[in-house]
Design a protein around this ligand. Structure first.
Ligand SMILES: Cc1ncc(COP(=O)(O)O)c(C=O)c1O
Length: 503
């Protein structure tokens, strides 16, 4: 701290409390709501706290009353004496740039940061990066200005009132613009928020800027409105684009949840096994990667080559089963493998955690759409539909299958629509949650894949297109409704099976 400031502190020390508690008319507006502002600042402090420029200890007392471990660092001898007397704790001699502390959870300061030039503010914030814990924060309560014009108007205003000391203060000290503070915070690697507390003061909070890791990218997928299909009056059609998950499908939600809950229950040793058409396998391969586990998957040969290559690329071991023996055989093989090799069988078709994996999906939809009148989802294991149906109890719930699936009492048969269709009733799928089953033919499904690309610019897999066919059929009977359709994955993983029927 420079010498002129030290002289100012000397003068200020004895008058400081008069000013902050409203006795000095020149500083009345600066300190309006002082008590409230300090309480709000103290509320945000946590853990071990480093307080810079505690002055006469008013904020320090609030932090101590919260039971926090506080290190007050104050350059002025006069202030330190008053502060120590008022708080009963030792004030360390030092300042924003000169201190000797290792790791703290909070750095806090009130009405002092403006003593630093903007350049010094930047140096200080960079320095704090290394002593702040990962979830730590910097709390700055101080005067900042919303614009240059505002600052000048204030100076003119108080000049007219004859407030000499205040005007001198505003011209001498380094009260920054809000945008400058934002820049300084951003450049030094923080996220910045500020809340205006009175005409002068803003309560600013800086936290370490956090970056996601690839495997954090599960969930929070986009919801889009489809506007290029003809709909009855007041009907709005929304599609949840699950291809935006890191593994490219809705099944990432299932895979990450199944692996996490098995780990939480101590059920996994070092290998995981599953029977899958592919998307679950990709999700599981990613989840296994995150936890350093080996994955083996049993896949009926007919399923998309792309999905199988992606699983392999992610480190999975693939065992093919004959197409004609269907998914039931693949499941039996996976179960036997688990027994023989002491592996954990995730068993998506019977695992009661399956539907629970879609709680967050339901919440995301609820948050985006608000009132959901109709929900439309396909069934492979039935988990997506059941999870959503349990949440959207009041909605009209439409489950979608391809022809050749048994939900509407049809016979098991071949179909090209991939990812949906069941050979036996899924254990967790409750009949009472289903309002309608829509069976979609391969022909209608694949035609819709092409229409969706041309009409909406959406490149989706055949189960998404089938779900949309079902939604459009049901939409014919209603007006003024919000309809949400789940689009489980994208077209690119089906190019080799000629999804667009292009030669
Ligand atoms: C492309 C695709 N669509 C839909 C589904 C059906 O999801 P669920 O198993 O939750 O019924 C799956 C499941 O594998 C899928 O891969």
């Amino acid at each position: 701290m420079t010498l002129p400031f030290m002289e100012i502190f000397k003068e200020w020390a004895s008058d400081y409390d008069n000013a902050v508690f409203g006795q000095n008319p020149e500083y009345y507006d600066v300190f309006v709501n002082y008590d409230f502002m300090l309480r709000e600042a103290a509320k945000k402090a946590e853990g071990k706290v480093l307080e810079f420029g505690p002055g006469t200890g008013n904020l320090t007392n609030l932090l101590l009353a919260k039971g926090l471990d506080v290190i007050p660092v104050e350059p002025s001898d006069e202030m330190r004496a008053i502060g120590e007397n008022k708080t009963g704790v030792e004030f360390v001699k030092g300042d924003f740039l000169n201190f000797n502390v290792d790791q703290v959870d909070t750095i806090i300061t009130s009405y002092a940061f403006h003593h630093l030039t903007d350049e010094e503010k930047l140096i200080a914030l960079k320095k704090y990066k290394s002593i702040l814990t990962e979830n730590g924060k910097i709390i700055i309560l101080d005067t900042i200005f919303n614009s240059k014009e505002e600052k000048q108007q204030m100076i003119n205003h108080y000049e007219l009132l004859g407030y000499k000391s205040l005007v001198e203060d505003l011209n001498r000290e380094y009260y920054p613009l809000k945008e400058t503070m934002e820049d300084i915070a951003r450049i030094s690697g923080y996220d910045y928020t500020s809340q205006q507390m009175n005409r002068f003061a803003h309560l600013q909070v800086l936290t370490h800027k956090k970056f996601l890791k690839p495997l954090d990218l599960v969930g929070n997928t986009p919801l889009v409105e489809l506007t290029n299909f003809e709909l009855n009056k007041g009907v709005r059609l929304f599609a949840k684009l699950e291809s935006y998950n890191i593994g490219g499908s809705v099944k990432d939600r299932l895979a990450f949840n199944l692996i996490q809950s098995a780990i939480d229950h101590g059920e996994i040793r070092d290998e995981v096994v599953e029977a899958t058409a592919g998307n679950t396998g990709i999700g599981l391969a990613l989840a296994c990667l995150q936890h350093d586990l080996q994955l083996t998957v049993f896949v009926p040969e007919k399923f998309s080559v792309e999905k199988q290559q992606l699983m392999k690329a992610l480190g999975a071991n693939i065992i093919h089963t004959p197409t004609e023996k269907g998914m039931t055989y693949a499941r039996e093989q996976a179960e036997q493998y688990a027994k023989d090799n002491n592996a954990y069988y995730t068993n998506q078709f019977e695992n009661l955690s399956n539907p629970l994996s879609y709680d967050q999906l339901a919440q995301e939809i609820q948050a985006d759409v608000g009132k959901v009148d109709m929900i439309v989802a396909g069934a492979g294991s039935g988990g997506t539909f059941e999870g959503l149906a349990r949440h959207f109890k009041e909605a009209h719930k439409v489950i979608v299958e391809p022809e050749g699936s048994i939900l509407s009492c049809g016979e098991v048969g071949n179909h090209r629509i991939e990812g949906i269709g069941v050979e036996q009733w899924p254990v967790f799928l409750s009949k009472s949650n289903i309002d309608v089953v829509e069976s979609i033919s391969d022909e209608d499904g694949f035609q819709m894949v092409t229409e969706l690309a041309k009409n909406e610019g959406l490149l989706v897999g055949s189960s998404s297109a089938a779900a949309l066919c079902a939604a459009l059929k049901q939409a014919q009977h209603v007006t003024d409704k919000n309809i949400v359709v789940i689009f489980p994955d994208a077209a690119e993983r089906y190019i080799s099976s000629n999804i667009f029927n292009i030669n």
